[in-house]
Ligand binder design. Sequence first.
Ligand SMILES: Cc1ncc(COP(=O)(O)O)c(C=O)c1O
Length: 362
Amino acid sequence: MSGRKWNFNPGPSVMPVPALEKAKEALLDYDGTGIGIMETSHRSKEFGELYGKLQERMAKLLALPADRKILFFGGGANLQFSMIPMNLLPEGGHADYVNTGTWANKAIAAAQLVGKVDVVASSKNDEGKFPRVPTPAEIQVTAGAQYLHLCSNNTIAGTQFHAWPDTPEVPLIVDMSSDIACRELDWSKFDLVYAGAQKNLGPAGVTVVIISQKLLDRCGDDLPMMLNYKTMAAKDSLGNTPPSFPIYMVGLVLEWIEQQGGIAAVEKVNRAKANLLYGLFDDNPDYFRAPVEKASRSLMNVVWRLPSEDLEKQLIAEATADGFVGLKGHRSVGGLRASIYNAMPSQGVEQLVDYLKKFAAK
Ligand SMILES: Cc1ncc(COP(=O)(O)O)c(C=O)c1O
């Protein structure tokens, strides 16, 4: 498509073009109704159908256990940082958290406002950086913890969990904002997963929460309706007017994943894309420094450094001018980062790798 740049932004981020094309038409006329999708009532038959289909499609694509409820909230992943302890950390209880960087830390800070938090593992090194995630053996839950919380993909540090702690006695809660639907997973391990849509699922404005019946049954009754998983589940997330357009877009993105051959097919492409970049760094360690330990490398957010900050600045400026946008690392850590979510075509990564090779040679 002419004029579109390679968008490596961490979120909001690149979306599948076929989904955007379909949405373009639906803005004016959704499915021949003569009414645009944004103008369609959330109580209409049309919205009800697309909503039901989206939940069905998500459950099937992700291969969710039958008892999982799919909910939609506004407020981003940040709201979930607070809702989780509000619903699941009763007075006198305590919850376990793993610290793997910025977002995990925010979740910890939000939970500490509600109750007692034990940080049971951290991958912070002596320089204050997070170049890896803890191994399952390093994560020992405390007796009687209400739940264990971790962030599966650390968007800023460029790390990702590839092995999960085995904690049958303590429910596992995971922030999958930046890697949901990027790979096949055994979803029976997770009791609650949440993800802001704006990386792998659609536009900003909606957060998906996938929660087990077991956890829903544990939620208290003393919270306002909009903050209460149990009441929102009973209302199928339609306690108020939902973010109907972002929800519609999530449906289109899932449809696109299905057309690619499902999660397994998307995972294969994701692994190949990530290997291209990591391969370049491993083959040229004197020029490209990959700070993340190999076992913790993210498939979604690839971070690296150049020999100097001046060269990094030069690369970002030149690449931006040449149509590769969003390569600047997060301001808290510096360096470079390519966010290569599901919707980033292989071609984009291949062209980036060629560009980096030429830059290094120059
Ligand atoms: C892993 C992770 N968790 C949480 C957030 C915060 O998401 P939101 O802006 O939707 O609150 C982000 C945002 O980049 C993220 O990458």
